[in-house]
Write a protein that binds this ligand. Structure first.
Ligand code: ZN
Length: 287
């Protein structure tokens, strides 16, 4: 059964580790992440962007697939199904479809409007026992066509949004989505520290986990980050493994064209990436 992300992230913050949010795109992705979490006895958050939700034929399809898979695979670790960077309308769609967690990305609204919409969605989510993440300060890079510059959030604005009752908060601290450019300045730990001092026990979220050096990840966790989003890295490892299989001509050997064979190396590559991240984040054995 899906659970909200609130308890697992409170535990993570108190225990000084982070839970990974791994975005899903299809059955192979979902199975790879769920199986790895179960094998490592780790809590996990399955992230679904609006684009991926549409690709998978809508949120109800996603909920049906995840619930069915958890039952058939005997997944007993805590799993949250989370809308990633949700718009106002899609937050309601996911609440209706049976997601156990949502993110309202109101970072592009003026702060007053972000506050009003977040307040309303906090109530709607909590009425259903669903957790809710909010974002302050846009996170750089591109996600589903939304481009941000990687700015640092204003700690006072973070405090204002935290006080609305959100369960965890994403704050821009120089992190960006996708691959990091060679001239990236690194994370602003000064900003992160200032945010944590104002928001106290509230778990903080680090988006754009792909390519942030391990030492920076560990420092971010020590400063209150309890959820780290990983998306691009699984895509890169899946693509590299699939490319290798085809370039080696394995799809032309025997029944190597069978999709269950063709997609197997990519599936194993996602598992390896998820394992590596769970070990780095410290969530192994914390289910
Ligand atoms: Zn993000």
């Amino acid at each position: 059964m899906l659970v909200s992300a609130t308890e697992m992230l409170k535990k993570a913050k108190a225990g000084h580790y982070a839970v990974g949010q791994f975005n899903i795109n299809n059955l192979e992705w979902t199975k790879a992440i769920l199986q790895t979490a179960q094998e490592l006895n780790s809590p996990v958050i399955l992230g679904v962007s609006e684009g991926a939700g549409k690709y998978m034929c809508g949120y109800k399809t996603v909920v049906g697939m995840v619930n069915g898979m958890m039952e058939e695979l005997n997944i007993t670790v805590p799993v949250a199904l989370h809308l990633d960077h949700g718009s106002y309308d899609h937050c309601y769609k996911c609440l209706e479809a049976g997601f156990s967690s949502i993110m309202f990305d109101g970072s592009h609204y003026p702060i007053d409007e972000n506050v009003a919409k977040t307040t309303e969605l906090v109530k709607a989510a909590h009425d259903k026992g669903v957790s809710i993440e909010a974002e302050v300060g846009s996170i750089g890079g591109e996600e589903d066509g939304v481009v941000g510059m990687g700015e640092c959030a204003d700690p006072k604005e973070c405090k204002a949004i935290a006080d609305l009752g959100v369960d965890f908060l994403a704050a821009g601290i120089g992190n960006i989505h996708g691959k990091y450019p060679a001239n990236w300045q690194g994370l602003s730990f000064e900003t992160l520290d200032a945010i944590q001092q104002l928001t106290g026990d509230l778990p903080l979220v680090l988006h754009g986990g792909t390519g942030i050096p391990a030492d920076m990840i560990k420092k971010a966790i020590s400063l209150g980050v309890a959820k780290i989003n990983v998306n691009t890295e699984c895509q890169l490892s899946f693509a590299a493994a699939t490319r290798k299989y085809i370039e080696e001509g394995k799809d032309n050997q025997g029944k190597g064209y069978d999709p269950r064979k063709l997609l197997a190396p990519g599936f194993e590559a996602i598992k390896a990436t998820v394992k590596e991240k769970m070990e780095l984040f410290g969530s192994v054995g914390k289910a």
